[in-house]
Design a protein around this ligand. Structure first.
Ligand code: PRP
Ligand code: URA
Length: 209
């Protein structure tokens, strides 16, 4: 079973509280979401393999380490996932960025993929799927499925807030995908919103409501 990693560093908890606050406007909301994404990326990438290298300091030769293994691809789920990408890129500027768009059909409630552009060398990359909200888990589970269909095997899911229902749904559908979140909230309301949550992440990021 995939692990759930709750990254609850005090700096993240502090920033997340301001993000939740309904009086926080889009400018501060965007900045803080990116700051938390940067801090979270530090933990999400903790298991990156290293290779030993020689380095010459001004004093002498010594051993050092550089990142080895597969390169990274960041895949935001449109549109709210875009709000976390810059933060992660500040820490990992060489990562490639793909995009996946998923909406839920109002009749069937089934997730529908409407856009997908992944890096050309996807099979050779480790993927971090990014979406601030894991609510029912339908969008994330579908996006992971679509990515797997294109030959990507190594996937982590990074979000800001997760509902227990969403965690369960992703774990059931994709037991190989670890979930990284800044908090696990209480539950969903009857409209599928996370309680206490932060409201509609896309609308708050882009000022559309
Ligand atoms: C939000 C969020 C997730 C999805 C989570 O996107 O960013 O993608 O809802 O809900 P789920 O776990 O129940 O699938 P939304 O559909 O509001 O679209 P937006 O990003 O364009 O605002
Ligand atoms: N999408 C959001 O933006 N917020 C929620 O609480 C649930 C889904």
């Amino acid at each position: 079973m995939a692990k759930v990693h709750v990254i609850d560093h005090p700096l993240i908890q502090h920033k997340l509280t301001i993000i939740r606050d309904k009086t926080t406007g889009p400018k501060d909301f965007r900045e803080l979401v990116n700051e938390v994404a940067l801090l979270m990326a530090y933990e999400v990438t903790r298991d990156m393999p290293l290779q030993e290298v020689e380095v010459e300091t001004p004093i002498c030769a010594t051993k050092g380490f550089t990142i080895a293994g597969k390169k990274l691809a960041l895949i935001p789920i449109l549109r709210a996932g875009l709000g976390m990408v810059e933060g992660v890129l500040q820490l990992i500027p060489t990562a490639k960025v793909g995009h996946i768009g998923v909406y839920r059909d109002p009749e069937s409630l089934q997730p529908v993929e409407y856009y997908c552009k992944l890096p050309g060398d996807s099979e050779e990359r480790d993927f971090i799927l990014i979406d601030p909200m894991l609510a029912t888990g339908g969008s994330a589970a579908a996006a992971i499925g679509f990515i797997k269909q294109r030959g990507c095997a190594s996937i982590k899911l990074m979000c800001l807030l997760a509902a227990p229902e969403g965690i369960q749904a992703v774990q059931a559908a994709h037991p190989d995908v670890d979930i990284f979140t800044a908090a696990v909230d209480d539950q969903l309301n009857s409209h599928g919103y996370i309680i206490p949550g932060l409201g509609d992440a896309g609308d708050r990021l882009f000022g559309t409501k």
